[in-house]
Design a binder for this molecule. Structure first.
Ligand code: ZN
Length: 470
């Protein structure tokens, strides 16, 4: 199918300009200056013309951090690839990179087959995989090479969750050394899980069982310390490092200092850390705070983390916004921890709202329009070896395009969202901007409030190496 998107303003990581976009089959064929002679004939031959007057035309979002159907804490994340990828499409995200789970002692290579079983034929948009490595051993190090050949080029380690996902410093160092050789990207969950487990046990012994104590038992020091340690280990190994879901301003300050020193280290944050807080959300009355239990935890608004993170997004000390989409319903899932915060499954569902929520930073004057696109599409595509196939509207790129209405509004809530989740972390919020049309590899999947996609559309992406390697 040929599609002409006419009259809009195309936004890239470099800026915005009035441009018409021609899509031929699965690819962007051309960007054409409005009013050019070429356009007349294209307009006549296009099978579909989308009027984007007054709209932004932006690359489809790339969400580099999702957990569809992830087993965790005695239950499983409530979105399947089918429901979660459909929700992503509704929100203007056309690529997800999901984490293959591995637990200490299990054969690593069992995971990728299991993840293909879940995702293949069940994903509305294109998808890639990262590999989690837990308790890294020789088997895990060997598996890295095999996975790289399969297009899984990034590996997530945990300094938290002892006994489940945790790797010790020696295991981390060996993984980083292997990554330095192969060009793999090490992603780090940077929290001092050993110290956190002590604080959790002490809080429970004092009778502090409410959801809010999830936050106070994971103080910013545990994130900052782990961030610093991870950077030092990466420095010893000579490996690049990507720190996921950063929420503490002190941890990002440490990362920023390492970047200033020339180290090839990167940070990611998520919408929940920019909008939600320890006081208002995690310590909400009764069991309400369970909705907001995720790790790293939401931070104190009084301490100013949220504003600082926005600033770090502007200065590129934080380079990527992902969602860490890991939804658990209140009923029967979050409820597992009704008497004990440490048993509440960790995670927030947000894959549908990232583009809209980060666009508010443009509205509020915190980031530029180009920076919005860079944080949500272009940099994650480059970070995870998908550019220029993904992350930009360029001739020859996959036709993943969102027509975005800056004059529209979007209401976020459980009655309007498409995630399989019985609450919304942003219930009742009305934000500026609206996803009008979403095109995934040349196929219109969302248009004017209708879903036109299919679960068999999304394809597995064999990713290349990170394009931020030096
Ligand atoms: Zn995660």
């Amino acid at each position: 199918m040929t599609i002409l998107i006419r009259g809009g303003t195309v936004v890239s990581a470099a800026g915005a300009s009035p441009m018409d976009v021609v899509i031929d089959g699965e690819k962007v064929a051309a960007l054409v200056a409005p009013g050019s002679e070429v356009l007349g004939s294209l307009a006549e031959s296009a099978e579909r013309v989308i009027d984007a007057t007054g709209r932004y035309v932006v690359p489809g979002g790339v969400d580099g951090h999702t957990h569809m159907e992830m087993p965790f804490g005695g239950t499983t994340a409530s979105d399947t690839f089918e429901t979660g990828s459909r929700a992503a499409a509704w929100g203007g995200t056309t690529t997800i990179v999901d984490f293959i789970v591995h637990r200490s002692g299990e054969p690593v290579l069992d995971g990728i087959a299991a993840w293909h079983d879940k995702a293949d034929g069940n994903c509305a948009i294109d998808f890639g995989f990262h590999q989690i490595l837990s308790g890294v051993d020789d088997d895990a190090l060997k598996a890295m090479d095999e996975l790289m050949r399969e297009g899984v080029t990034s590996f997530k380690l945990f300094m938290g969750y002892p006994g489940v996902f945790f790797s010790d410093d020696g295991q981390i160092l060996r993984t980083m050394q292997a990554a330095a050789d192969s060009g793999a990207l090490v992603m780090m969950h940077a929290e001092n899980g050993i110290a956190i487990d002590v604080l959790v046990a002490q809080a429970l012994a004092r009778g502090q069982r409410a959801p809010g104590y999830h936050g106070t038992t994971r103080p910013w020091e545990t994130e900052e310390e782990a961030t610093h340690r991870a950077i030092m280990l990466a420095r010893i190994a000579g490996a690049p490092l990507y720190i996921v879901h950063m929420s503490a301003k002190q941890a990002v300050a440490t990362l920023a200092r390492a970047r200033d020193e020339g180290l090839n280290v990167f940070g990611e944050t998520c919408p929940q850390y920019l909008y939600l807080s320890l006081e208002e959300h995690l310590f909400a009355p009764g069991f309400e705070g369970a909705k907001y239990v995720c790790s790293t935890p939401l931070r104190s608004r009084a301490e100013g983390h949220q504003d600082e993170l926005w600033n770090y997004l502007r200065t590129n000390d934080l380079s990527v916004v992902s969602t860490d989409h890991c939804p658990f319903c209140m009923k029967e899932q979050k409820e597992l921890g009704v008497d004990d915060f440490s048993r509440i499954p960790n995670g927030i569902g947000g894959v549908e709202h990232r583009m809209d929520l980060i666009y508010q930073g443009v509205v509020d004057g915190r980031i530029s329009l180009a920076r919005w696109v860079e944080l949500c599409a272009t940099t994650p595509a480059r970070m995870f070896g998908l550019y220029p196939q993904k992350g930009a509207i360029l001739a020859g790129a996959d036709a993943d395009v969102v027509v975005y209405d800056p004059a529209g509004t979007t209401t976020i809530g459980v009655d309007t969202h498409h995630m399989r989740l019985d609450y919304s972390a942003y219930e009742g919020t009305v934000v500026a901007g609206h996803v009008d049309t979403v095109i995934s590899r040349g196929r219109v999947v969302v248009d004017d409030g209708a879903y036109l996609g299919s679960k068999s559309h999304g394809r597995f992406l064999r990713r290349g190496l990170s394009q931020y390697l030096l």
